[in-house]
Write a protein that binds this ligand. Structure first.
Ligand SMILES: Nc1ncnc2c1ncn2[C@@H]1O[C@H](COP(=O)(O)OP(=O)(O)O)[C@@H](O)[C@H]1O
Ligand SMILES: [Mg+2]
Length: 298
């Protein structure tokens, strides 16, 4: 079998619990992500999603286990991995355009200033930022605009892997919807591999090829890998009509509402804890499905 683009092997993270003991966030987590895949990870607050992402980014070191990306072990941050956090992390003294150019210049040191500028403007335009607004400082932008700048900056750098930690968590629903669409558009055009944390079920179904479900901590597990059997391009109003939408959604709600708790707290026996693959597809009738009514032209 071929190796996945990103491979997480027996990843364990423990922290001091502040009372002289140890908190095991997760143990022996094992999963893979294919090249070009858009994977969302869903789980309750505190289960360890950001901890996993920080390890994937090379910003934190696991207690044990390894992360292999494109055949190489991840150690320390790298421009091959772009990160977008909830709080934007833009440089406040630089304009919007300069914030993107700064990153592009670091990635492509041989480019001329004109090349860097053109490339940066192109990616800003992809997230709807054009004209005067790109010369404004981050403090003069709305929260939604700042998050767009972070996304443009991350994609402009063509990282091999893009890591997004609840990037839309602080945005209102309307802005969130628009930026989700822009994210899908930009991802569709670049075929980058994306690993995104969210706690929004509908956002995950709209965006992901696959959703990883995490049980509650301590001893959290990446328990299931749910394939999103809804074809692309997806559109937020149309996908709810797809026969698989509510079946998938109910599965996710059930997991987060009940099973995430039931599965929590069990130590691993040292074997890799891989997620169970789940595929829900109501479009191909199986033996245990009710016969479906079909529209017939007469
Ligand atoms: N540096 C740290 N030191 C001690 N405990 C930590 C540290 N980082 C995270 N934790 C703990 O690990 C658990 C998982 O945290 P986190 O990954 O931030 O969760 P999530 O992103 O899923 O909300 C929490 O119980 C949190 O308190
Ligand atoms: Mg988090």
């Amino acid at each position: 079998m071929s190796q996945p683009f990103l491979k997480i092997e027996n990843l364990t993270q423990r922290f001091p619990d502040g009372q002289g003991g140890t908190l095991t966030v997760f143990e022996d987590a094992a999963f893979g992500v294919e090249k070009g895949e858009f994977v969302c990870i869903l789980g309750h607050s505190g289960c360890g999603k950001s901890t996993i992402m920080n390890i994937l980014a090379g910003l934190a070191e696991p207690t044990s286990g390894v992360v292999i990306m494109d055949g190489q072990e991840v150690s320390g941050p790298s421009l091959d991995r772009g990160v977008v956090f909830q709080n934007y992390s833009l440089l406040p003294w630089l304009s919007t355009l300069r914030n993107v150019m700064f990153a592009v210049k670091a990635r492509y040191p041989d480019w001329t200033k004109a090349q860097v500028m053109e490339h940066s403007k192109k990616f800003l335009a992809m997230v709807g930022l054009e004209g005067d607004v790109i010369y404004r400082k981050p403090s003069q932008l709305s929260g939604g605009m700042r998050q767009r700048v972070s996304i443009a900056r991350a994609f402009a750098n063509h990282p091999k892997l893009l890591l997004l930690d609840e990037p839309f968590g602080a945005l209102d629903a309307l802005t969130r919807g628009t930026i989700q669409d822009e994210l899908l558009k930009i991802w569709g055009g670049t075929e980058q591999t994306v690993f995104m944390i969210t706690h929004d079920i509908d956002e995950a179904i709209l965006l992901a090829d696959r959703i990883l479900l995490m049980s509650n901590g301590p001893f959290a597990r990446v328990a299931e890998s749910v394939e999103i059997t809804i074809p692309r391009p997806r559109n937020r109003t149309a996908i709810v009509e797809h026969p698989n939408y509510y079946a998938i959604r109910n599965h996710l709600v059930q997991f987060l509402g009940r099973r995430s708790r039931e599965l929590s707290g069990t130590a691993s026996d040292g074997a890799p804890q891989s997620p169970t693959p789940v595929r829900i597809d109501k479009t191909t009738p199986s033996d245990d499905d009710e016969p479906r009514l079909r529209a017939v032209n007469v």
